[in-house]
Ligand binder design. Structure first.
Ligand code: SAH
Ligand code: SF4
Length: 373
């Protein structure tokens, strides 16, 4: 059974399909992953470094103006202990994620921490950063210190929608976001991006364009998940217009499957926001072609304050019992956890899928028209 996606119409069709077609889509995506990458699922232990953020994204629970929120920053000891745990538990990699800061002390502290983690783990633990927009020099500094992957979601590739979900100021610029992705790729990072699914004002056509966008910039890794409305954010006023959470989950799994067909070699995460809607949401994504899971290994006392969206799972994810369960669930999807491996994506943008590349839509101003690299 071969499914081919040759244009935007096909994408919209598969994003909306149901019943047997949907089953076929998921199976085909899982088979494409297995053919190109094997049935490995890679773990990245997620360390939520701090909820202090200089930005004010209209959807995010840790935005600057959410003032009742108790702000925290992990100590060096806490970060190093979490990294050591991930190394000893054979995760292979960690992700350090945080609210955005670009002051000098933050930049230097991250640099020092990356170096220490590399030393502590005999250079073995892979380090991904997800620390927002920074200048090219900072990205280079952190890369030279030993981080080799970076996640920066575009959130939506439609500039007019990006403007609707961010404040209208220079700190929240779509063009800067694109430039940051370009800088990351130039530094040599395996670069990850992604979008939120089910945003207010978003259409299925937008989501199809998001997938074409990710392909057009030859992204190495993708994390996409459902948008979940947070009551202490301005975008909460748009909640009446949203799809149900079940629909958003379904659409997210379809996005994963379609992306796998478009980009067989990249890493695609089964994101935590899927799990916030359904306890087995991540496993559904694995069964539809995803190959990365990010168990939370943030010290337990800080987790409840890193609430980007509501119902964020706060369970003891890194614990042995939870890992055993996760491993069983992954086996039920006919996959296996690849312990102790970085699991870096292969050459970016490889497509030897029978389907022709999809034709990018007519771009809006500012949208990347040719590959960044
Ligand atoms: N500050 C960094 C990293 C932390 S935010 C950055 O912005 O890149 C990580 C991701 O959380 C964001 O890219 C966004 O896609 C997601 N996120 C934030 N609020 C969300 C919400 N309400 N629902 C779903 N995802 C959300
Ligand atoms: Fe800050 Fe990232 Fe949330 Fe935006 S999405 S407010 S940058 S943590």
């Amino acid at each position: 059974m071969m499914m081919s996606i040759t244009d935007k119409q096909d994408l919209v069709y598969y994003l909306n399909c149901t019943g047997q077609e949907e089953e076929k889509l998921f199976q085909c995506a899982a088979r494409v992953r297995n053919q190109h990458l094997g049935n490995n699922v890679y773990l990245r232990g997620l360390i939520e470094f701090s909820n202090i953020c200089r930005k004010n994204c209209l959807y995010c629970g840790i935005r600057r103006e959410n003032s009742p929120l108790v702000r925290y920053e992990l100590t060096d000891q806490e970060v190093l202990a979490a990294a050591r745990y991930a190394w000893q538990a054979k995760y292979g990699s960690i992700v350090i994620q945080s609210g955005e800061r670009n002051d000098r002390s933050f930049v230097l502290r991250i640099e020092a921490l990356v170096k220490k983690i590399k030393q502590l783990t005999n250079q073995q633990l892979g380090i991904t950063l997800s620390l927002g927009e920074q200048c090219a020099e900072t990205y280079q500094r952190w890369f030279d210190a030993g981080a080799h992957r970076y996640l920066l979601r575009i959130e939506t590739s439609r500039e007019s929608l990006y403007k609707k979900i961010h404040p209208n100021d220079s700190l929240h610029s779509f063009t800067t976001r694109l430039q940051c992705l370009e800088h990351l790729q130039k530094c040599g990072y395996k670069t990850g991006s992604g979008v939120m699914i089910g945003l207010p004002f978003q259409t299925t056509e937008d989501l199809a364009d998001d997938l074409s966008f990710l392909k057009s910039i030859h992204i190495d890794m993708v994390g996409m998940g459902p948008y979940l409305e947070h009551e202490s954010t301005p975008l909460y006023t748009c909640r009446q217009s949203l799809l149900s959470t079940t629909e958003r989950l379904r659409l997210s799994i379809h996005m994963v499957a379609c992306l796998r067909l478009l980009m067989p070699h990249i890493n695609i995460a089964a994101t935590t926001a899927l799990q916030a809607i359904n306890p087995l949401g991540r496993e559904k994504a694995i069964a539809a072609g995803a190959n990365v899971i990010m168990p939370n290994i943030t010290p337990f006392s800080n987790r409840r304050n890193y609430k980007l969206y509501p119902n964020k799972p706060c369970i003891e994810e890194g614990a042995e019992e939870a890992l055993r369960l996760l491993s069983e669930n992954i086996a039920a999807c006919e996959c296996r956890i690849a312990w102790n491996e970085w699991g870096d994506p292969q050459k970016a943008g490889c497509t030897d899928l029978a389907a022709k590349p999809i034709t990018p839509d007519v771009p809006e101003s500012g949208r990347v028209q040719k590959p960044i690299k």
